[in-house]
Design a protein around this ligand. Structure first.
Ligand code: GLY
Length: 393
């Protein structure tokens, strides 16, 4: 039998996959389900189970698993570990300092600026980052992180347009997917607070053709080799977030999983079977996988967010029109009275595909026009700067 099972899933995937209400962060529960259902491959999506070692538990049970070990997942789980690996691998990244006590915060802040980058040195699902020219705002964010018991990572600001490059990694074998660009701020024109991502597009018409090879050779392969050297080789999806500056690519961050919402756009153009690629990675034969095939054209994804996202999103609103083609669910669930209701900050995204970026944008926004969510909001400019030729490197 061929089937996809989701644990726990949402109202979207419920249309194609049986759902199981397990705690995805519990290795015990995930292994029990995988055994009971006799699955061939477990794919772990989010970072929290990976950092907690769910992939280790699944592999220890003799079941193939797509996703890195807890030790390798520290590349996302601990920004300080990621910096150490990058420094050892000779990879260009921002200068940084870890601050773990309020008493030294002010003098540390004085060593950064005029743009401050303040990060939670722990898992914050892409939302623990504040980038600001306002020192008081930087200080407030850092103080809040410290109050929550986490160290703060201060970083120098990396200039240049950002690229997300996802790579399948199996030890030292690296297979890049198409490069994409996220839009992190909540408002049009990159205004307002940072979010987990409000939309993305691929490919990047402004990125020189050789840059993906440069990133693979100068960034991803050295980091993959360094992890192998440390005895924690990476198996899964290594996500490099980079700024393309005057001196070439520099790493903003690594994640140990597919990125959201770039994945929605990137996978829309993938012609090769995704399952085969994930299975080859999980079973250690990525080097034998035939080259990935990609559809011509472009893809754009636009996120529909709940009212008051990212501060304190309201949930429980009824969504209509979410069954249209190209709609991918994130924070949704089936309501008590049936129908689909919002259950998270980023509620769903809409993917448009077209012959070029402009056509893909038109497609995505046309679909979005048919969806109703009270208080819902989205950016109207996803991919627009690229269409208008306003991004240069
Ligand atoms: N695109 C941002 C993230 O997935 O963390």
């Amino acid at each position: 039998m061929t089937a996809v099972l989701a644990a726990p899933g949402n109202a979207g995937i419920a249309q194609i996959a049986e759902q199981f209400p397990v705690d995805a962060a519990s290795g015990e529960q995930v292994v029990a389900l995988a055994k009971e259902q006799n699955v061939d491959l477990v794919v772990i999506g989010p970072e929290v189970p990976l950092v907690l070692g769910v992939a280790d538990a699944v592999r220890a049970a003799g079941i193939a698993c797509f996703g890195p070990s807890a030790e390798a997942a520290r590349i996302e789980g601990s920004k300080a570990f990621a910096k150490d690996v990058m420094n050892a691998a000779g990879v260009r990244t921002a200068h940084s300092e870890v601050v773990d006590s309020p008493g030294v915060l002010d003098e540390a802040l004085d060593r950064f600026g005029p743009t401050w980058v303040v990060k939670d040195d722990g898992l914050a699902a892409g939302k623990g980052v504040v980038v600001t020219t306002d020192r008081a705002a930087a200080r407030d964010h850092a103080a809040e992180i410290l109050e929550n018991g986490h160290p703060v990572l201060l970083e120098s600001f990396l200039d240049g347009p950002e690229v997300s490059l996802f790579c399948l990694v199996d030890g030292e074998t690296v297979v890049p997917l198409l490069p994409a660009q996220d839009h992190k701020r909540v408002g049009d024109g990159d205004t307002g607070p940072n979010t987990g991502g409000m939309g993305a597009y691929t490919p990047l018409p402004w990125l020189p053709a050789e840059t993906v090879d440069v990133i693979v050779e100068e960034v991803v392969k050295p980091v993959a080799a360094e992890l192998v050297n440390r005895g924690c080789g990476f198996s899964g999806l290594l996500y490099a977030g980079l700024a393309i500056g005057k001196d070439g690519p520099a790493v903003v961050e690594f994640n140990c999983r597919f990125g959201d919402p770039e994945t929605q756009a990137v996978l829309a153009l993938l012609e090769s079977p995704l399952g085969e690629a994930l299975n080859a990675t999980a079973t250690g034969v990525l080097a034998d996988l035939p080259p990935l095939r990609w559809r011509d054209g472009a893809a754009v994804t636009v996120v529909l967010a709940a009212e008051y996202y990212p501060a304190s999103p309201r949930t429980g609103d009824v969504i209509t029109g979410a069954d249209a083609e190209g709609v991918l669910h994130a924070g949704t669930k089936v309501g008590d009275a049936g129908g689909v209701v919002s259950a998270g900050g980023r509620v769903l995204s809409v993917v448009g595909v077209g012959a070029d970026l402009s056509a893909a944008r038109d497609h995505a926004y046309a679909t979005l026009g048919g969806i109703k969510l009270p208080g819902g909001h989205f950016r109207t400019d996803i991919g627009l700067a690229a269409v208008e030729g306003r991004i240069t490197v």
